[in-house]
Design a protein around this ligand. Structure first.
Ligand code: ZN
Length: 314
């Protein structure tokens, strides 16, 4: 069995793991990171890599990196990233390669997570899949004909930045407004619940008891709290619109939903699936299956490592 290093760079944290060639995570380290300069990221990732490599008996043979933003896979360059505002045309593969002496490949973080779900997770029996990660933002990776589809310039999969509300005013991290992401991210779930509470609805969610989070809303929804359920339903309907657009464009076998917001669980997926059915001419059996992600928050590091495995060792 060979080991690979996987690095997952988001806007708020960095994860580094040693991953076996079956996708299992053997050691994992994570650090909160405020999305600073690329050189700072390289230092953090290198330190975490030293930690995880020291925890396993066999040295990794290649390294895969998933990074939030527009990544030109073939060049190892991060063009820009809404989550990393100071990054422009960063030669990340070169910078990391100088510190981590391994063959190294870079991809978008959502592509990496999608690749893991496709190979060893919820989409492992499919040949086409869209894997969505709902959290602070909305990421999506596309698998078509058993390959990651990146598009001509690496922009494919930016489904969160498709416009779904022409008169939408909520500004998006991409600079536009009316984007799907701003209707389905964690902040939008919290805002839906807060606006219901402000209008006088009674709820288990006491806005005065600390910061309201997507996790708290998910827990209240599981208890049957009406405000939490209404907030989840509102988000689920917006997500369903996005799923209908994805289905019209790509007709994948399966759509996988993961990320912190997706931990809300069944009520979210059921509402989104119902909205998808309403917005297409096809019957339920002809539509993509909509399922929860199987791999959890380690999907990004596992997928990055598996991308390295398949680029360098197969
Ligand atoms: Zn946007």
């Amino acid at each position: 069995m060979s080991y690979y290093l996987g690095i997952d760079i988001g806007g708020t944290n960095v994860k580094v793991a040693v991953v076996a060639d079956d996708g299992s995570v053997k050691a994992l380290a994570k650090r909160w990171w405020s999305g600073g300069e690329p050189s700072e990221l390289v230092s953090v990732a290198t330190e975490l890599a030293d930690v995880v490599v020291s925890e396993v008996t066999e040295a990794p043979v290649a390294c895969g990196v998933g990074c939030a933003g527009i990544v030109v896979h073939g060049l190892g360059v991060v063009r820009r990233s809404p989550n990393l505002p100071t990054w422009h045309d960063v030669r990340l593969a070169e910078m990391l390669g100088e510190r981590i002496a391994l063959p190294l490949v870079i991809d978008n973080d959502a592509n990496a997570a999608a690749y893991a779900e496709y190979l060893v997770g919820a989409a492992r029996d499919a040949t086409s899949a869209v894997v969505i990660t709902l959290g602070t933002g909305m990421g999506a990776g596309i698998i078509l004909n058993d390959s990651v589809y990146r598009g001509n310039q690496g922009f494919a999969g930016e489904i969160g930045h498709t416009t779904v509300d022409l008169s939408g005013r909520t500004p998006c991290a991409c600079g536009a407004s009316g984007c799907l992401e701003s209707l389905v991210n964690a902040e939008s779930l919290v805002n839906r619940a807060l606006s219901l509470i402000e209008r006088g609805a009674s709820s288990l969610l006491d806005a005065s008891a600390g910061v309201l989070t997507a996790q708290k809303i998910g827990a209240a929804a599981a208890e049957g709290d009406e405000v939490a359920l209404a907030a989840v339903e509102g988000l689920g309907r917006a997500l369903g619109v996005g799923l209908a657009n994805i289905t019209a464009m790509l007709d994948p076998e399966i759509i996988v939903i993961g990320g912190g917001v997706a931990e809300v669980g069944r009520p979210l997926l059921d509402t989104a699936s119902d909205e998808l059915i309403k917005r297409t001419l096809r019957c339920r059996e002809e539509l993509p299956r909509v399922v929860p992600a199987a791999l959890g928050p380690a999907a990004g590091v596992a997928g990055a490592a598996l991308l390295a495995r398949d680029k360098f060792l197969r």
